[in-house]
Design a protein around this ligand. Structure first.
Ligand code: 5AD
Ligand code: SF4
Length: 437
């Protein structure tokens, strides 16, 4: 076995998955090898998430487990990357003796140096945040495939009062448009069929006067066979120009993830979301006018401090009004350093649980109805592989990001676009048959 055989586990958001590819790119450039199996590795890195307490608890449990790996194979280096590195710094090394290195999101270039020191028995911490680091010159390491994530900006300046991201990932900065387009060109050459442009708030992307709409247009022009997706948009910054750009290109997906967080203006203000629910609903209307058939998903935080039953009902009202295709729904989790941490987390646990299950039920019903209304329609699907449940069936997604399952056929290959007529639906999946031609 080579001296350095590295295994990375990734937790949390898509930015972290993109960062793991970046880290693998950095390590590969320096001649490190990547292990396919954790048991072959002598360096185990966890790319971590701090967004809610349960994300961190998962990592602590994992570290306890990895203690065993270290016992079985003394000399194994264990490292923490990502948001928890930034948030907990020294504590991780002092309290969790199993951890040898802690490297935050803006210090990945120094990872090889930290790994080498760890092999010499020195514990390392690199958690400085940068105002400029975008890893522009680093080509992430990706296996061949169909979908690629590309982070186009890092950090966030919004300071929503519940959110730890501005503290763990630092200030907003954009990668250069030219390097992003060059990366998409390379992915096109390798046969990729879908690119998702990532950022905490992609709508504040800016490079030499080019905004996110310009970047999206330039990305779409690289290869008409590549579908372009993006996430996440902040409702205050999403421009009309962006909506026209989405409408103007066939290969920019008609799907917008637009976190609302709450349906109550009072709560939105406490959250420092900087928009009112009226602004948000107008934006949805405008998007539906400019992009016929556009679908939406959202994020909702239930039980933010002081949330009343009235506020909760307003959130449900907004869900019913917008009729999201999908929603990510969370219980509020207090995070140190944030403004909301100073507020009392005053909604009782059983009320939190009930409100969360209320909104999950509402969304479930809406998704079911929307999906059933698709029966009889024709959709263009990018074939992504076999369905999870059976190798006789293929699965792919519509432009609007819905999963569609349909019978396989030897003439259909992964990466093809096929036309499918929908004949059945659940709240999570559409089923159909390929229309020849
Ligand atoms: N508690 C619960 N959910 C949170 N999110 C961010 N911070 C918190 C928190 N402290 C949710 C928001 C955000 C998504 C990525 O995670 O809904 O949009
Ligand atoms: Fe967090 Fe708000 Fe920034 Fe999103 S926009 S990362 S919720 S601070």
């Amino acid at each position: 076995m080579s001296k350095n055989n590295i295994y990375i586990e990734t937790y949390g958001c898509q930015m972290n998955f993109a960062d793991t590819e970046l880290v693998m790119g950095i390590l590969k450039n320096q001649g490190y090898q990547l292990a396919k199996e954790i048991n072959d590795a002598n360096v185990i890195l966890l790319n971590t998430c701090s967004i809610r307490d349960n994300a961190e608890q998962k990592i602590y449990a994992r570290l306890e487990h990895l203690r065993g790996n270290k016992r079985r194979k003394p000399g194994t280096v264990i490292g923490i990357l990502g948001c928890m590195a930034e948030r907990l710094r020294k504590n991780l090394i002092e309290e969790k003796k199993v951890v040898d290195l802690v490297v935050g999101p803006d210090e990945y270039r120094r990872l090889p140096e930290f790994i080498d020191s760890a092999f010499n028995g020195e514990k390392g911490i690199g958690v400085k945040l940068s105002r400029t680091e975008t890893y522009d010159d680093i080509i992430p390491y990706r296996e061949d495939g169909l979908n690629a994530w590309i982070s186009v900006m890092r950090g966030c300046d919004k300071f929503c009062t519940f959110c730890v991201v501005p503290f763990t990932r630092g200030r907003e900065r954009s990668r250069s448009l030219d390097s992003i387009i060059e990366e998409i060109r390379q992915l096109s050459g390798r046969g990729f069929r879908e690119v998702t442009l990532l950022g905490q708030n992609v709508n504040s992307y800016i490079d030499s006067g080019k905004d996110f709409a310009d970047l999206l247009a330039a990305s779409a022009e690289v290869d008409p066979r590549i579908r372009i997706r993006f996430t996440t948009s902040h409702p205050q910054d999403l421009s009309e120009k962006l909506l026209h750009t989405i409408a103007g290109y066939k290969n920019i997906c008609n799907y917008i993830h637009l976190p609302v967080q709450s349906g109550s203006n009072r709560i939105l203000e406490l959250m420092n979301r900087t928009y009112s629910i009226e602004h948000y609903l107008n934006l949805i209307d405008l998007a539906r006018k400019i992009i016929p058939g556009v679908s939406f998903s959202t994020d909702i935080i239930s039980s933010f401090p002081t949330e009343t039953e009235e506020d909760h009902k307003m959130t449900i009202e907004v869900m019913k009004q917008v009729r999201y295709d999908g929603a990510y729904m969370f219980k509020y989790s207090p995070r140190e350093k944030t403004k909301a941490y100073e507020m009392t987390d005053d909604v009782a646990e059983e009320i939190k649980a009930r409100r969360l299950s209320d909104i999950i039920d509402v969304q479930h019903q809406i998704s079911y109805e929307i999906n059933n209304s698709q029966i009889g329609t024709e959709e263009i699907i990018l074939v992504e592989g076999n369905s999870k449940k059976s190798d006789d069936f293929l699965a792919g997604r519509t432009d609007t990001n819905k999963i569609v399952v349909f019978p396989g056929d030897e003439k259909i290959n992964i990466g093809d676009y096929v036309k499918v007529i929908i004949n059945r639906a659940t709240s999570g999946t559409l089923f159909g048959e390929v229309i020849p031609g």
